[in-house]
Every structure is written in C-alpha cells, then in structure tokens.
Design a protein around this ligand. Sequence first.
Ligand SMILES: *[C@@H]1O[C@H](CO)[C@@H](O)[C@H](O)[C@H]1NC(C)=O
Ligand SMILES: *[C@@H]1O[C@H](CO)[C@@H](O)[C@H](O)[C@H]1NC(C)=O
Ligand SMILES: *[C@@H]1O[C@H](CO)[C@@H](O)[C@H](O)[C@H]1NC(C)=O
Ligand SMILES: *[C@@H]1O[C@H](CO)[C@@H](O)[C@H](O)[C@H]1NC(C)=O
Ligand SMILES: *[C@@H]1O[C@H](CO)[C@@H](O)[C@H](O)[C@H]1NC(C)=O
Ligand SMILES: *[C@@H]1O[C@H](CO)[C@@H](O)[C@H](O)[C@H]1NC(C)=O
Ligand SMILES: *[C@@H]1O[C@H](CO)[C@@H](O)[C@H](O)[C@H]1NC(C)=O
Ligand SMILES: *[C@@H]1O[C@H](CO)[C@@H](O)[C@H](O)[C@H]1NC(C)=O
Ligand SMILES: *[C@@H]1O[C@H](CO)[C@@H](O)[C@H](O)[C@H]1NC(C)=O
Ligand SMILES: *[C@@H]1O[C@H](CO)[C@@H](O)[C@H](O)[C@H]1NC(C)=O
Ligand SMILES: *[C@@H]1O[C@H](CO)[C@@H](O)[C@H](O)[C@H]1NC(C)=O
Ligand SMILES: *[C@@H]1O[C@H](CO)[C@@H](O)[C@H](O)[C@H]1NC(C)=O
Length: 483
Amino acid sequence: MKNSLLLPFLYIISICLPFFQVQALHLDIHDDDSIRSTINSMTGELMNYWNGTDCKFVSSYWWLTGASMTVLLNNGILFDNNTYTDLVSKSLMYNAGSDHDYQPSDEYFNLGNDDQGIWGAAAMDAAELNLKQVDDSSASWLEISQAAFNRISGRWDNVNCNGGVRWQAFPWLSGYTYKNSISNGLLFQLAARLARFTGDSSYEDWVNRIWDWSTSSGFVNTTNYSVYDGSKASTNCTTIDHSQWSYNLGVYMTGVAYMYNYTQGDNIWKKRLDGFISHATSFFINNGIAWDPQCENTGTCNIDQTAFKGILMQSFGNAIRLAPYTRSKLYPLIETSATAAALACSGGYSGNSCGVHWSWDNSTWDGTYGVGQQFSALEAVQMLYVDKYPKLVTLSNSSDNRSNSSYASANSTTDNYEVNVSRPTEADRGGAGFLTFLAAFLLLGVSIWAMIEDEEGKIPSRTHQSNTETFEDKKKDETIMNV
Ligand SMILES: *[C@@H]1O[C@H](CO)[C@@H](O)[C@H](O)[C@H]1NC(C)=O
Ligand SMILES: *[C@@H]1O[C@H](CO)[C@@H](O)[C@H](O)[C@H]1NC(C)=O
Ligand SMILES: *[C@@H]1O[C@H](CO)[C@@H](O)[C@H](O)[C@H]1NC(C)=O
Ligand SMILES: *[C@@H]1O[C@H](CO)[C@@H](O)[C@H](O)[C@H]1NC(C)=O
Ligand SMILES: *[C@@H]1O[C@H](CO)[C@@H](O)[C@H](O)[C@H]1NC(C)=O
Ligand SMILES: *[C@@H]1O[C@H](CO)[C@@H](O)[C@H](O)[C@H]1NC(C)=O
Ligand SMILES: *[C@@H]1O[C@H](CO)[C@@H](O)[C@H](O)[C@H]1NC(C)=O
Ligand SMILES: *[C@@H]1O[C@H](CO)[C@@H](O)[C@H](O)[C@H]1NC(C)=O
Ligand SMILES: *[C@@H]1O[C@H](CO)[C@@H](O)[C@H](O)[C@H]1NC(C)=O
Ligand SMILES: *[C@@H]1O[C@H](CO)[C@@H](O)[C@H](O)[C@H]1NC(C)=O
Ligand SMILES: *[C@@H]1O[C@H](CO)[C@@H](O)[C@H](O)[C@H]1NC(C)=O
Ligand SMILES: *[C@@H]1O[C@H](CO)[C@@H](O)[C@H](O)[C@H]1NC(C)=O
C-alpha cells in the first residue's frame, strides 16, 4: 500500500482516461425517466466506493459516509427501492459504536465534534423517516442521536470565547485549539431537530444558547448572515478566520428551518431563515449554480470541500420542506444546479464520474472524482424531488418511542473510552499531516477502489485555518484528485 504501487496505476489511468471521457449525463429536469436514470447512475458511482466490511466509503473521510447516509435513505423511500436500506441501517449502527454515541473505537482517536455531529444528524434522519431499527434490543435512532448530542454538548467550553465547542473532540488532536462554525452549527442543528422531534424544552434552551453564542462570537454575522469559518480558542475568538464555506451556512440554515417549523412560523426564525437564504444566493450561487468560490475559483478544493455543495443542497431542500414559502426562491436554484452538476459528470473510468466544478456549466468534467463529488451531485439532482420527500414523524407518531435525554451524558474524557488503546503520543502522530495514497483500478470492472492511508492519525483537512496552513495540504489533495 505504498507509493511504489501508485505509479503504475497512475500511468494506466493517464493512458486510459481520454478514452473514457464520453458524454456527460444529460439531465432533462422535466423528464422523470431522465432524472431517475441520472440518479441511478450517480448512486452507482457513489457506491463503487463502498466498503461493506467496515461500512464506510474508501478514499474518503468518515464524516462523508455519515453525510451520504441521508441521501441514500431518502433515495430508498422516494423510489420505494430497498436496495440500500439494510446497508444504511447497518452502517448507522456500526458507526455509532458499542456505546451508540458515534464514538466508535476505530474513529475515536480522530474524533471531531463535526464528524460526530454529522453522524448524529444522520441518525436523526433515520428517526424522522421512521426507519426500522436493525436490532430491537439496541437503542432507538432517536437515542443514538441524543447520545451524540450529549457527548458534543458535554464539551461546551466556557473557558475560552465565552462558550462554543471546539473543532476536534479531544486535547491530543491538533484541531482542538480551534473553535469553528461547522461543529457549532451541527450542534445547533441537532438541538433544533431534537427539540422538534421530542418537544423537550431543554433542547430549545440549547438552540438559543448556541445561536446566541454563534452570533455574539461573530462566527455568524446577522448583519448579512455571513458564516465565518472559526477562530483559535487561544485568542478568545477575537481573531476570526473570515473564509466562508457553503456547508457552514448550510448546517445553520437547516437548523433554522427546523426551528421555523417547530415554532409554527415564528417571525424571529423567519427573519434568520430569510437572512441565510439571501446570503447563500448572493455568495454561493454563480449564474444560478451552486459553488464554493473560495476553492473553485482557484481549482484547489480538497477532499472535504468537494462535499460542501451537497450539504448546501440539503439545506435548500430542508428549507423548502419545513418552510414551504421559500420554495419559489430556492427551487429554481436546485434546477439550475442539478442540471449543471449532471453536465460535470463525464469523467473517470465509467465516463460518468462527477467533478467539483458545476458552475462551468459546459459539459466539461474538471478531472476530479471522489465520494464528495458523487455525494454533492446526487444531492442536487435528487432534490428535484423535494416535493415528494416523505413526511417527517415526531416522537408521538414514530413507531419507536424510546427516548432518553440523558443517554451517554457523562462527559469526562476517561468515561468516554470504549477501548483500552493507549493514546497516541505527539511523536507517534508526527508533525505535519501527510497522506499516502493508493488508487487501484479494477480494469475489467467499473469499480474504482481507492484508499487513503493516514500516517499521522489525523487528516489535516476541512477549512481549518484555510488561509494559512492548508496550502500544502490542498496541493496534496489536488494531486490525489487530479489523476
Ligand atoms: C433500485 O436501486 C438500484 C440502485 O440504485 C438500481 O440499480 C435499480 O435499478 C433500482 N430499481 C428500480 C426498480 O428502479
Ligand atoms: C475495507 O475495510 C476493511 C476493514 O476495516 C479493511 O481491512 C479493508 O482494507 C478495507 N478495504 C478497502 C478497499 O479499503
Ligand atoms: C458584522 O459585520 C459588520 C461588517 O462586516 C461589522 O461591522 C459588525 O460588527 C459585524 N457584527 C458582529 C456582531 O460581529
Ligand atoms: C457582508 O458579506 C460580505 C461577504 O460575505 C462581507 O465581505 C461583508 O463584510 C459583509 N458586510 C456586512 C455589512 O456585514
Ligand atoms: C478570555 O476571556 C476571558 C473572560 O472574558 C478571560 O478570563 C481570559 O483571560 C481571556 N483569555 C485570553 C487568552 O485572552
Ligand atoms: C412545517 O412543515 C410541514 C411539513 O413540511 C408543512 O406542511 C408546514 O406548512 C410547515 N410549517 C410552516 C409554518 O411552514
Ligand atoms: C468549460 O469551462 C471551463 C472553465 O471556464 C474551461 O476551462 C473549459 O475549457 C471549458 N470547456 C469547454 C469545452 O468549453
Ligand atoms: C407526525 O406528527 C406530526 C405532528 O406532530 C405531523 O406534522 C406529521 O405530519 C406526522 N407524520 C406523519 C408521517 O404522519
Ligand atoms: C411507547 O410505545 C409502547 C408500545 O408501542 C407503549 O406501551 C408505551 O406506552 C409508549 N410509551 C410512551 C412514553 O408513549
Ligand atoms: C438513559 O441513559 C442513561 C445514561 O446512559 C442510563 O443510565 C439510563 O438507564 C437510561 N434510561 C433509560 C430509561 O433507558
Ligand atoms: C460535563 O462537564 C462539565 C464541565 O466539565 C460539567 O460542568 C458538567 O457537570 C458535566 N456534565 C455531566 C453530565 O457530567
Ligand atoms: C480497560 O482498562 C480498565 C482500567 O485500566 C480496566 O478496568 C478494564 O478491565 C479494561 N478493559 C478491557 C476490556 O481490557
């Protein structure tokens, strides 16, 4: 699994690719068959990365599997097609770990509050869609989500910045020094969804606590609803990284849409929802098409960033479902984004792998592929069916009424251990993050298998201090994607 294997593969890829750059997916948004075959193609490409042994995608990060569970779950219900239903339930359970809190032993020493938050949100999807639980004796989907919420909120830290949770969960991880919008935005969203689902007012208290902190810290600026990336805790959040990424706004916007619905259209939440929609359409839409200007302008989107537009598309869909008045503004943007995303899918071995750059909008694949690209494009196209999305249940009409607001609420780090693995030392983890990469193309099949080996134990990624440290990382990620 070392670099020696990589070169021959890259050679094969570079020889073969020109032959496979066939037609993009030509999506006709007014034709049901066209939409469905586009969705099936995109799903198939996504599932080429599935590893059934550990219930995760290969060549990707853990959170991306969590995010993808949402699109697969809705796919199965929308098309009454249970091809992946068991796979999704099994993955949601397996990745929750033995304590049912999304701190599984194989991710524990890499755990980000954002990773745990996105998985908690996926379990919430399962609860809201009334997905049958795999094993009657284990926790309900709601309880699993409550556990993730309790773990993350248990790390709320008033010592620095007057509140907020950090990016990474534990002190031995380098991102522990950073507080950011994605972690706090996901916690906010979880609190909002738990409030709506259970009607328990303590979740609403958390909603308000996180919202107030997010705005007073300046991470969310309510003058024009910019959502900034984050800040080092050591500066007391006085020095904010002002980079803006679509998924940061997206996770807050979804939470706000839930609160709007839960409060039956409260004006306070309407104003906030309108604020995010207005900022999203001015900042993350280019000629009607979703984009992340910070990396797409320069062609430097890393593995995480390829998935951000999928989260933005989810938030557009959630706004339409929970606040139907927003449909007239958002649905046309889903149509134009979906059309452009499909045009960007003419790459890779099959000729239908999707790229990151949708706003090119000219049938040109950008040369990148991966789980994030497939996830984002699939979210855009599947959201064309937002009006047919299933109704959400609450605790009162769920078929599984198990709820436990104190599930996994103990929050001392030693209590959280599931396995007796010694903590990695700084020396073990090395200095700067480094990835080695192996891409193995099964030449006789359509599957693309790729693996990442993370020597450090923590992949430097996401948007963390994006304007300073990640240039080298981005270059590495770019090398990975641009074969
Ligand atoms: C069900 O989904 C699978 C996987 O996406 C697809 O291959 C199959 O064609 C679908 N079945 C129908 C009847 O659409
Ligand atoms: C799939 O997961 C198993 C268990 O973690 C691992 O041993 C195997 O290498 C993985 N396969 C790929 C292709 O990554
Ligand atoms: C929002 O941004 C504006 C300027 O961009 C700034 O003047 C204002 O202080 C910010 N608000 C907060 C609460 O940080
Ligand atoms: C509004 O948003 C833009 C882009 O996000 C930002 O540069 C600007 O400072 C903001 N202005 C105010 C008044 O908040
Ligand atoms: C951060 O703010 C708190 C309370 O406002 C203060 O006690 C602490 O010293 C500050 N820390 C730094 C590093 O400025
Ligand atoms: C809340 O969501 C439901 C289901 O989508 C919708 O019918 C209802 O109109 C929404 N409530 C408000 C106040 O928009
Ligand atoms: C499509 O747009 C991109 C970005 O503007 C450009 O680099 C590329 O050459 C265009 N491709 C075609 C076929 O026009
Ligand atoms: C479940 O109940 C809620 C109200 O508590 C309602 O809005 C929703 O439509 C119901 N879901 C289903 C699937 O009937
Ligand atoms: C939960 O459901 C079971 C049976 O479906 C019922 O006996 C029980 O009373 C319910 N509990 C609550 C709190 O509604
Ligand atoms: C709720 O979770 C707590 C902590 O995990 C546990 O001690 C308690 O027994 C659970 N309550 C129920 C009713 O399952
Ligand atoms: C979680 O930790 C905080 C701060 O260390 C503490 O105040 C709180 O009581 C803890 N909560 C539980 C449920 O242990
Ligand atoms: C893990 O370590 C604790 C404390 O050292 C010990 O009590 C426990 O038995 C160990 N568990 C396993 C599975 O080895």
